[in-house]
Design a protein around this ligand. Structure first.
Ligand SMILES: NC(=O)C1=CN([C@@H]2O[C@H](COP(=O)(O)OP(=O)(O)OC[C@H]3O[C@@H](n4cnc5c(N)ncnc54)[C@H](OP(=O)(O)O)[C@@H]3O)[C@@H](O)[C@H]2O)C=CC1
Ligand SMILES: CC(=O)N[C@@H](CCC(=O)OP(=O)(O)O)C(=O)O
Length: 345
């Protein structure tokens, strides 16, 4: 089979460079075009020196896209920027996987309220498929535009889907408490992410209004066919990468540990990247990999189910899940190029 030709747009950022790192080892694709507007003409490895000798392609402008024949393009661009490119590429023959939040929601009001996008509504949104392979595999297979899930939503959705699908918990009383590493904020310098603010420190942010709340609820409404209500609070950890999410939910009926474990084992029986753990997982257990590790337990004393979900925000939370989606769209083995082993310690 001829190798698929891939373009990576916005590769000076964190998720763009992770895409290059992962795809460099993918046997069935060729990285044909890597773009940057700020570093045109330089080598990719000039921007990311840790990849010198591994990925030395020249960075080109997105405006040169017509010089290439591409099968698929990854957009690793900020929110509000991606949608312009999807519009611009609407008659192009290639498929698109968008890593931003631009195509993840489905109502104009929601976009205005949560993304503050000033009455802009992404064109073509009705054709976008939410790229969560564990939930929407068949739709992803036939999609031309994938809205790759957000990092916090990935951890929460995978943690909650089995319980909501089976209708076993109060859907309007869900607590999602997440901790993330700093790369989640992107490569652009921001005062809140200065070393002195992050190092040796730990804080909550985005209480009550974080845009990922609505993304989680939107997807889980579909899974449960009910209106979910989630209290989501993210926290910033002094680490580079990783998300640990702790979920607290109340069962609607009788619950026990065995039933709970069986439910998750059945739900994820065919999911190569979801590992059901025997003990509480740590972020280093999945660092550098596309795994989502889940630990579920029932606390009889409080009558609560607790789920712990860990991912690498740049991989299962972004670039890795995007490659998983690409494999599915190309009818390749879901795990191709993603046999990554955790880096721990
Ligand atoms: N970081 C994470 O953990 C996750 C991120 N995401 C999402 O993925 C997307 C990319 O994230 P991330 O890699 O962290 O972001 P970064 O800020 O690290 O990188 C974004 C890149 O986009 C390019 N860019 C910026 N503005 C424009 C513009 N106006 N036109 C064209 N290119 C532009 C820049 O490259 P240049 O200027 O060189 O062209 C920049 O390097 C975002 O939407 C983010 O929310 C999703 C899940 C997790
Ligand atoms: C530390 C930090 O700031 N994290 C980001 C998560 C960003 C992200 O990846 O957002 P998308 O998945 O929607 O693209 C935040 O809380 O906004």
């Amino acid at each position: 089979m001829a190798k698929k030709k891939i373009g990576i747009i916005g590769a000076t950022g964190y998720t763009g460079s992770e895409l290059v790192r992962i795809l460099t080892n993918h046997p069935d694709i060729e990285i044909t075009m890597i773009t940057s507007e700020s570093r045109v003409g330089e080598l990719f490895s000039d921007v990311h020196p840790f990849l010198q000798g591994i990925a030395d392609q020249k960075l080109v402008s997105i405006n040169q896209i017509d010089d290439y024949e591409l099968d698929l393009v990854f957009l690793a661009l900020p929110h509000g920027v991606s949608m312009d490119f999807v519009k611009r590429f609407k008659h192009k023959p290639f498929k698109i996987i968008d890593l931003s939040g631009d195509f993840r929601l489905n109502s104009k009001e929601v976009y205005e309220e949560w993304y503050k996008l000033n009455h802009i509504f992404p064109e073509g949104i009705e054709k976008a498929v939410f790229g969560s392979p564990e939930l929407f595999f068949d739709k992803i297979k036939d999609a031309n535009l994938i809205a790759n899930p957000g990092c916090f939503p990935t951890s929460a959705i995978l943690g909650l889907a089995p319980l909501l699908k089976a209708n076993l918990i109060e859907e309007d009383n869900i607590i999602v408490d997440s901790k993330t590493g700093v790369t989640g904020a992107g490569i652009k310098a921001k005062t809140v992410n200065l070393y002195s603010n992050v190092n040796d420190n730990f804080k909550a942010y985005g209480l009550k209004y974080h845009r990922h709340t609505i993304e989680m609820q939107g997807v889980l409404d579909k899974v449960s066919e009910k209106e979910t209500c989630i209290q989501f609070t993210p926290h910033l950890l002094p680490v580079d990468r990783g998300i640990l999410t702790t979920i607290y939910v109340r069962p609607t009926g009788k619950m026990d540990e065995i039933k709970l474990k069986e439910l998750y084992a059945d739900f994820y029986a065919n999911a190569p990247f979801v590992r059901l753990r025997k003990q509480e997982p740590a972020i280093k257990d999945v660092r550098g990999t596309n795994y989502c590790d889940l630990y579920v337990t029932y606390d009889k004393r409080t009558n609560m189910v607790i789920v712990i979900s860990v991912i690498d925000n740049l991989i299962k939370g972004a670039a890795g899940q995007a490659v998983q989606n690409m494999n599915i769209m190309f009818n390749l083995e879901e795990t191709k190029g993603l046999n990554l082993i955790p880096l721990n310690p």
